[in-house]
Ligand binder design. Structure first.
Ligand code: AMP
Ligand code: TRP
Length: 326
């Protein structure tokens, strides 16, 4: 069976963008493929994290995965730092990755330009991501558009390594949803909806108050044309809302243009707001039932055991072909 894998960082509460870009895809693929879903806590510490917040966010992210509809019987779910082979392999891969390649990563350029004292980990971050993927012979990696370049780097690293050392790694492919691979900020729809955004009005988080969520959508930035159709360049606000509605309701944007053609913006926004509010209140109801349950630890223990065994085999093989150890 083909394998899919993705991870999210436990930095703050995840957004509607994360849900659409990564989790929703995993919910679909869990029925078709062998699925791996992890909590990328090692990636989270590439920028400064408060210790107590980080701990809290790790558990919270797991409960959110489940509340969103990730089935623990169909997914191997684990914490990245529970499996030391990720960072072990990452070092070997770093020694097979060029400085120039990492310097070209747009996310690194972006994040390092905003911060004078960035860590070396922020720079090597994509190599750890490659290790996350290459340890398990993964076929597909569902991600949002902003992570595509990193998955492509993982491909390049795998291809280069295989040329040098033999057929060791499966070469993975990124999987992007057609619509909504990039959900935009509601206040500035030319910018990605991001966990780290300063203006809270532009971002919907899965644990936000439901009335606030509705208000954010009703006051989303649009244009003055009062016609509803998809045009990301000239009508980014309306197109973003169409994308969101389309993914949630599983209706193609083309059909929605037809459905909403006689709507004014206010009525359209209300319908989008209701759809998002329904989805998220459902998730929250499950989340609050799960957050203090023992099931969470059981799931993580199981995921840790399975992935450690699998990763050890791959890692030992890599050590052997590279000539490490005895
Ligand atoms: P992160 O917030 O960086 O941990 O992202 C977790 C996953 O969500 C990655 O696959 C991202 O590509 C995806 N993602 C983050 N923000 C968005 C967004 N605004 N639209 C679509 N996908 C997103
Ligand atoms: N870097 C990803 C993000 O910020 C999270 C991540 C870490 C990941 N390792 C991964 C995603 C491996 C897919 C595959 O979103």
């Amino acid at each position: 069976m083909k394998k899919v894998l993705t991870g999210l960082q436990p930095t703050g509460v995840i957004t509607l963008g994360n849900y659409i870009g990564a989790i929703k895809q995993m919910i679909k693929y869990q029925n078709e493929y062998e699925s791996y879903l992890f909590i990328a806590d090692m990636h989270a510490i590439t920028i400064n994290q408060d210790k107590n917040e980080l701990r809290k966010n790790i558990k919270s992210l797991l409960a959110l995965y489940l509340a969103c509809g990730i089935d623990p019987n169909k997914n191997i779910i684990y914490i990245q730092s529970d499996n030391e082979y990720h960072t072990n392999l990452s070092w070997i891969l770093e020694c097979n990755t060029y400085f120039g390649e990492l310097s070209r990563m747009t996310q690194f350029k972006d994040k390092s330009s905003k911060n004078e004292n960035f860590s070396a980990g922020l720079f090597t971050y994509p190599v750890l991501m490659a290790a996350d993927i290459l340890l398990y012979d993964i076929d597909y990696v569902p991600v949002g558009l902003d992570q595509k370049q990193h998955v492509e780097l993982a491909r390049d690293i795998a291809i280069r390594f295989n040329k040098k050392y033999g057929d060791i790694f499966k070469v993975p492919e990124p999987l992007l949803t057609k619509e909504g691979t990039k959900i935009m900020d509601l206040v500035d729809p030319t910018k990605k909806m991001s966990k780290s955004s300063i203006n809270q009005k532009g971002v919907i988080r899965l644990l936000d108050n439901i009335d606030d969520i509705k208000k954010k959508i009703l006051s989303a930035t649009t244009d003055s044309d009062n016609k509803i159709y998809y045009d990301m360049e000239n009508k980014p606000g309306i197109s973003n809302l169409l994308n969101i509605y389309s993914v949630i309701k599983e209706i193609p944007v083309k059909e929605l243009e037809n459905k909403f053609k006689d709507y004014n913006y206010k009525d359209f926004k209300e319908e989008v707001a209701d759809a998002v509010a329904d989805l998220i209140s459902n998730i929250q109801e499950k989340y609050y039932r799960l957050i203090n349950s023992d099931i969470l630890n059981e799931i993580l223990d199981k995921g840790m055991d399975i992935t450690r065994k699998q990763a050890k085999i791959k890692y030992e093989k890599v050590k052997e072909v590279v000539g490490l150890g005895r």
